[in-house]
Design a protein around this ligand. Structure first.
Ligand code: PRT
Ligand code: ZN
Length: 286
């Protein structure tokens, strides 16, 4: 029987689609039939387990799955001895304290002696402990945002992305205590065979993630500005420079970090760059 690496992915929810997309972008084919609990990839020794996100760290810890994709919040809340293999960067959110509009909040100390409802008691307890604040923490598994209005809690600590849910429940976000993204977690004692499969998978995942971080740009610029252009774009590798028919100009091709892209673009314009073309990169191996 061939050894397969088992990956636990959220069955249906905020993490599902992007988790599966990254694997698909790695050239791995599978059906992703959400009615299934388990399926095998067609062209890579990988097997999927589709589970509730809360269950993923435990399944990985128990060795039922070898690796899994969860929000870092879930990983830290459960505090199991697992390894974070990669930060995948998507599903960004924060765990924030929110209070009713009329609550006078001047800092975490305002929570002393209050009742705080949350689905993340361990992360909250740790944060309050560091600030030496004692409060009553109520663990609630869902609809945390309604607890102040029904008199169950004075404040809440919940995940936030846009903040719309808090606003529509008459709550004000006052302090982010924790930031999260989706992470790939792994069992610490993987067999040598599974480690090798994981390494093959990571080679692909890294190429996919790197590609997301960069843009490929091409432009023409007066040759006399080449030094300045090189200083601006920095590049992963030295830019490719091609002569043009007009000997006073050159064409340049390179990659730039997505985060710096707009700055770079503005600076290139001031150096007289023309015909700037920008394209997404599909894969980018080291
Ligand atoms: O069924 P299952 O147990 O698998 O799923 P779930 O309902 O427990 O989890 P799910 O799919 O809601 O979230 C999975 C993971 O997505 C979380 O553990 C976080 O890591 C991440 N994530 C990112 C979020 C959000 N953004 C988010 N906005 N998880 C929850 N929310 C909630 C938020 O608390 C609020 O109630 O979504 C609501 C909308 O948020 P706003 O701020 O945009 O209004
Ligand atoms: Zn869940």
């Amino acid at each position: 029987m061939t050894t397969r690496l088992r990956i636990a992915v959220q069955k249906s929810g905020r993490l599902s689609e992007r988790s599966l997309q990254i694997i698909r972008d790695c050239g791995i084919r599978f059906g992703s039939d959400s009615r299934l609990l388990k399926e095998e990839a067609e062209n890579f020794p990988l097997e999927f387990l589709y589970l509730r996100d809360d269950d993923i760290p435990r399944y990985v810890n128990d060795g039922v799955a070898d690796i899994g994709i969860v929000g870092r919040n879930e990983y830290d809340e459960q505090d199991l001895p697992l390894e974070i293999i990669r930060d995948l960067g998507f599903s960004k959110c924060r765990l924030s304290v929110a209070v009713p509009i009329d609550f006078v909040y001047t800092g975490l100390a305002s929570l002393a002696g209050k009742r705080i409802a949350t689905s993340y008691p361990n992360i909250l307890r740790k944060k309050l402990g560091e600030a030496q604040i004692e409060a009553r923490i109520y663990e609630i598994s869902g609809s945390v945002e309604i607890t102040p209005s029904i008199g169950v809690a004075d404040a809440i600590c919940d995940l936030v992305s846009t903040g719309a849910t808090l606003a529509s429940n008459g709550l004000r976000e006052v302090e982010a205590i924790y930031h999260s993204t989706a992470v790939m977690i792994g069992h610490q004692g993987l067999s040598q065979e599974k480690r090798l499969i994981l390494e093959r998978l990571l080679l692909r995942i890294d190429a996919v993630l790197r590609a997301d971080d960069f843009k490929y740009i091409m432009f023409n610029v007066p040759k006399k500005h080449l030094d300045k252009v090189a200083a601006i774009i920095g590049g992963i590798t030295s830019p490719t420079v091609t002569p043009l028919l007009d000997a006073t100009w050159v064409a340049v091709q390179t990659v730039v970090r997505e985060a710096q892209f707009w700055d770079v673009l503005e600076q290139l314009k001031t150096l007289g760059a023309q015909g700037i073309l920008v394209t997404a990169i599909e894969k980018m191996a080291d």
